[in-house]
Design a protein around this ligand. Structure first.
Ligand SMILES: Nc1nc2c(c(=O)[nH]1)N[C@H]1C(S)=C(S)[C@@H](COP(=O)(O)OP(=O)(O)OC[C@H]3O[C@@H](n4cnc5c(=O)[nH]c(N)nc54)[C@H](O)[C@@H]3O)O[C@H]1N2
Ligand SMILES: Nc1nc2c(c(=O)[nH]1)N[C@H]1C(S)=C(S)[C@@H](COP(=O)(O)OP(=O)(O)OC[C@H]3O[C@@H](n4cnc5c(=O)[nH]c(N)nc54)[C@H](O)[C@@H]3O)O[C@H]1N2
Ligand SMILES: [Mo]
Length: 731
């Protein structure tokens, strides 16, 4: 049956199914309701208000992803005999989904070059070898990668240890995610995160959702979009794919919506992949032609206005139409919608950042908002929809190659630390350096560096050139069996709601939540903070007066964070008061910005020509399905796009015909970087002709290592491919 809307009874049925897997719906419900922040996306819910409650107190807020993540953590442990019975080659043949379903990691395991199997080791052995290796390693030959699932406390402590050890090679998954938003926003308004809070969305009369599929990736945002439409507001979706859930969505917690479905998009525009920059300039041009600029605001609160105006004049409709793929009349329609809005929010995700011009995309969104005075007032503003549940917090507490001057100075002054001043490497730079044998030690706090990297062949090779790699993880993923270093340790850690002491997380609205933790589900895994402090104690016992033993208590770490991280002062006694808080200096309800002169900056761009591909080529986006969370695949099927398998390339029927292909033909997909064979070509009406869609992480073999020069983010959504039929094998 074809799925015609997102959410709905399927989501509810899925809850029952997951409840059974978790050993009873009540058990799952109880786990979901504990006072811990949600484990999946950064929209944020849970914390002290209790699970399934959002920042405005609304309940119940449920999404499939949070259930999936919870049930995964409730799995039984992997017994030692498993590692004896299965070779690493066996494990390599498992799909991401099968790896995740092996269960929870409960013993430290080790691989050594030449061995065919993982072996379990004691924590003692693991600590000794890791610290022994670090002692022999020059600090700048090591790197420290962080996913965005860990707590602020674990993130802060590990980056501190890495720096005191002597390196700034500290980075997080943001380089493959929202870095372009951070850089772009910083350059526009002087602060790198959302300029609004959740309440603002509830006051808006118009929202642009650009390059994202929140119906599947941030389902709880859909409630806000539904309410906005019910108030008579407009939802403008900009996406090369007509995503089912963005057209119509059944909000499970709303009876009317559940039965009848809610229309989400009031306007749906399908540019070419990468066509947004031209489109955004086009909308600005049309707004100007409608005489709908806020001249007074521009003059009072913005800088570089004249250059911007000149560029808006100069850019031709011909350039806008050919480079965006959107006809002028449609651009003008959208400009009229925007011109009649009084409070407009601009939201975006990976369709904007995963490009070689990702930062420019973000700046162009900021330009568009600023030109009508839509930043620095209640009910309107800029809203990057963040990925991992604590990716923003990890960045705030110092997990970046270069520490903010304020943090660096505070650490030196308040704690008398001597910190390295060498230039730290971003994520891809670490991979490149590893492949040149310039790095020999890698440490990952969660995540899947192999699986999230572009150019998978290269990534495996680069990582396997390390002498040692250490990964702190909850479950198995492809990064634990591909590209193994000569000596590899996988250390099992507790999930957020199993932590013995409270931890904190920061949502995409700059709201800091407290998670109580809870009883451990399985013997074996240790708290991330405990493991890091133990390594610190052994590696740097004399280090500059840091009491590592005390650092095992998250409250000690919070005191440090309060002392050195701007805006985080209130975290010091959050565990005693339970008072969650909004970080100051980031939300703008007045047009007074965090730039040096307090003005917002407009930016001008020249627009890249994306039409350089040949006739036989398509532009490919690599995206998530409804049933996965990043490199972790929970379900093979992509419900809303009506796909049963992941080994597919979705192509518009016109393109299939042009390329001489039939629906369901087996094809080879080739890019300059790699080849994927035995892929099924599928006819997909919902995609803009000239473009194609495949699933991440399988398609990462095809993605090149070329990055946006400002954000160092690969163009995961801009891969030029050829699709070649595979002749039928006889018999
Ligand atoms: N279920 C689920 N939820 C998740 C995640 C997950 O894997 N699964 N991951 C989390 C993380 S870390 C992140 S960063 C977010 C990601 O959330 P999204 O950014 O929504 O995820 P993607 O699948 O990367 O898809 C991007 C959307 O961008 C569109 N797109 C692709 N190229 C372009 C383009 O050039 N222009 C425009 N305008 N649109 C384009 C695609 O059609 C697709 O709808 O979700 C978070 N939440
Ligand atoms: N082609 C392509 N590539 C992409 C993308 C794309 O759209 N297309 N998206 C990019 C994006 S937006 C991102 S964010 C990255 C994702 O990059 P990563 O964050 O590196 O990858 P994840 O798959 O989210 O990591 C999942 C693993 O984290 C571990 N884990 C889960 N919870 C915890 C915890 O509480 N503690 C610890 N220590 N470990 C835990 C589990 O072992 C799990 O297997 O991928 C990027 N790569
Ligand atoms: Mo992400």
């Amino acid at each position: 049956m074809k799925v015609g809307s997102g959410g709905g009874f399927r989501a509810i049925h899925y809850t029952w199914k997951k409840g059974r897997e978790a050993g009873g719906l009540l058990k799952l419900y109880k786990a979901m309701r504990t006072r811990n922040s949600c484990k999946t996306c950064a929209l944020g819910m849970g914390g002290q208000k209790g699970g399934m409650v959002n920042e405005t107190g609304s309940f119940p807020e449920v999404c499939k992803k949070s259930l999936q993540a919870m049930v995964a953590d409730m799995q039984p442990g992997i017994e030692p005999v498993f590692w004896q019975q299965n070779t690493i080659e066996d494990l390599k043949r498992l799909s991401p989904r099968e790896l995740e379903n092996l269960g929870r990691l409960i013993h430290p395991i080790r691989y050594r070059k030449g061995n065919t199997h993982f072996e379990t080791v004691t924590w003692q052995e693991a600590y000794e070898s890791i610290v022994g290796k670090l002692r022999q390693t020059e600090a700048d030959r090591s790197f420290w990668y962080f996913s965005g699932r860990s707590s602020n406390e674990a993130g802060f402590l590990l980056q501190l240890m890495a720096r005191v050890y002597g390196t700034n090679n500290v980075n997080n998954c943001s380089y493959y995610c929202h870095q372009a938003s951070g850089v772009g926003l910083q350059s526009a308004v002087g602060s790198g995160t959302a300029t609004i809070v959740l309440e603002d969305v509830d006051q808006a009369d118009c929202i642009f959702v650009i390059g994202g599929n929140p119906a599947s990736n941030h389902p709880r945002l859909m409630t806000s979009l539904m309410h906005l439409r019910r108030r008579g507001g407009k939802v403008v979706v900009i996406n090369p794919v007509r995503e089912t859930g963005m057209v119509k969505f059944r909000v499970p917690s709303d009876p009317v919506s559940l039965l009848k479905g809610s229309k989400i998009a009031s306007h749906y525009i399908q540019p070419h992949i990468g066509g947004d920059l031209a489109l955004l300039w086009g909308i600005a041009k049309a707004v100007k032609q409608l005489d709908a600029l806020d001249d007074d605001y521009l003059q009072k609160y913005c800088s570089d206005v004249d250059q911007w105006r000149q560029r808006v004049e100069e850019i031709t409709w011909e350039e806008i139409e050919t480079k965006s793929g959107v006809p002028r009349s449609e651009v003008e329609d959208i400009a009229r919608v925007y011109a009649s809005s009084k409070r407009c929010v601009f939201a975006w995700t990976m369709g904007i950042t995963h490009h070689a011009h990702g930062v420019q995309n973000v700046q162009a969104i900021a330009n568009l908002a600023l030109c009508r005075g839509m930043v620095g007032r209640a009910g309107c503003g800029l809203m990057p929809i963040r990925g991992h549940s604590n990716v923003q917090g990890i960045g705030s507490v110092g997990v970046t190659p270069k520490l903010k001057t304020q943090i660096f100075d505070a650490l030196q002054k308040k704690y008398q630390l001597q910190l390295p001043t060498s230039i730290g490497k971003d994520t891809l730079e670490c991979m490149e350096a590893a492949s040149r044998y310039e790095l020999s030690f890698g440490f990952s706090l969660g995540g899947n560096l192999f699986g999230s990297n572009p150019d998978s062949g290269f990534a495996a090779e680069a990582l396997s050139r390390l002498d040692m790699s250490v990964m702190l993880s909850t479950t198995m993923n492809t990064g634990h069996v591909n590209g193994l270093a000569a000596e590899t340790y996988i250390l099992p850690v507790l999930a957020r709601d199993e932590e013995p002491t409270p931890t904190t997380q920061e949502s995409m609205f700059n709201y800091v939540r407290l998670s109580d933790g809870g009883p451990r589900r399985l013997p074996g895994p240790r708290s991330e903070v405990e493991v890091i402090a133990e390594l610190g104690k052994r590696l740097l016992p004399e280090a500059q007066g840091i009491a590592w033993q005390k650092m095992q208590e998250t409250s000690t770490i919070r005191q440090w964070i309060a002392d050195v991280i701007p805006g985080y002062e209130q975290i010091a006694d959050i565990d005693k008061t339970g008072k969650e808080f909004q970080i100051g200096g980031r939300t703008f309800h007045e047009p007074q910005f965090a730039t040096n002169d307090g003005l917002a900056n407009l930016h001008t761009h020249s627009i890249p020509d994306l039409n350089g591909r040949q006739d036989q080529e398509l532009r490919l986006m690599t995206v998530r399905s409804e049933g996965q969370f990043n490199t972790v695949v929970y379900e093979e099927e992509d419900l809303y796009r009506n796909q049963k398998h992941r080994d597919v390339i979705l192509i518009h029927p016109d393109d299939l015909q042009r390329l001489g292909l039939e629906h369901e033909d087996r094809v080879e997909v080739q890019s300059k970087t790699g080849v994927l064979s035995n892929i099924q070509a599928r006819s997909y009406e919902s995609i803009r002709p000239g473009n194609a869609l495949m699933y991440f992480p399988e398609a990462n073999i095809l993605v090149s290592r070329h990055t946006d020069p400002s954000s160092k983010t690969p163009a995961f959504k801009g891969v030029v491919v050829r699709v070649v039929p595979i002749p039928n094998q006889p018999g």
